[in-house]
Design a protein around this ligand. Sequence first.
Ligand code: ZN
Length: 317
Amino acid sequence: MSLITGLHHVTAITGDAQENIDFYTGVLGLRLVKTTVNFDNSEVYHFYFGDEFGTPGTIMTTFPYGKNLANGRHGKGMLNTTAFSLSIDGLDYWLDRLKQFNISYKQPQQRFSGEVFVYLEDFDGLGLELVFNDKDSRKGYYNGFIPSGYAIKGIHHVEIWLDSYERTGALLTQHMDHQLISESSDRFRFGAENLPGKYVDLLCNPSALKGLPGKGTVHHVAFATPDRESQLEMMERLNTLGMQHTEVKDRKYFTSIYFKEPGGGLFEVATSGPGFDVDEELQSLGENLMLPEQFEEKREHLLEVLPKFTYPIEKYK
Ligand code: ZN
């Protein structure tokens, strides 16, 4: 049985809360599936963006620390690009949409077979890609204005920069149920299956500087595991390897363990459930500040110190 079934989410350090909401729900059209706080730093929001349900493999999450946070630097030992998956015939629509909202992007390029990608950055400089492909049967979220055939279907892959791919590749293939799917020059694509939402690209970039955490960088990538039992089995595997990891942390919508991969990046293994409708109705996900029990008594204070924001966003229709 596979303990790891694909990607779960990517979590980034970002700046202004409203700009985050604008970019991910407005420009990209994802659904805000949860508004909560960073469980390790409750005076900062934790936003979750994804498809209608916040299905594992569709989720981008952010810790918006505010505009004044210093910028990080993309580089080695870091996940520098999170790629979203779109229908192959959506390219022209998306180039027009990015132009419409003055989002700069790099000219479309192609990699592997039949995969067209466009690199762009969010308002904080976080590296993103739109990958147009014909391999993704996921539906995506209909936000009311992006035609449903053109909606983001979820994460396509994540791209991690390393000196060399071997050690992280071995962790993925020998202990995390991945296989080498394809390679070309300095890019090695691993996957829990050969499907969007399940790919990890390791990019060998020995001449790059070391990545530095800060605004516009990824904090960690989470892989999905079916349940608590498979999570404990994964923990046993790490123990056998002598790899340090955290205890199981209750993130309310899933439980998590964290560990450093050999290239220096932070990996998380998160359970696929219970999911985002555990504390609010599916129809109104994300619309209210949801707090875990330990922070409920601080609600008044948090509502005062957390910045106000507007959602949904009219101006991106
Ligand atoms: Zn996480």
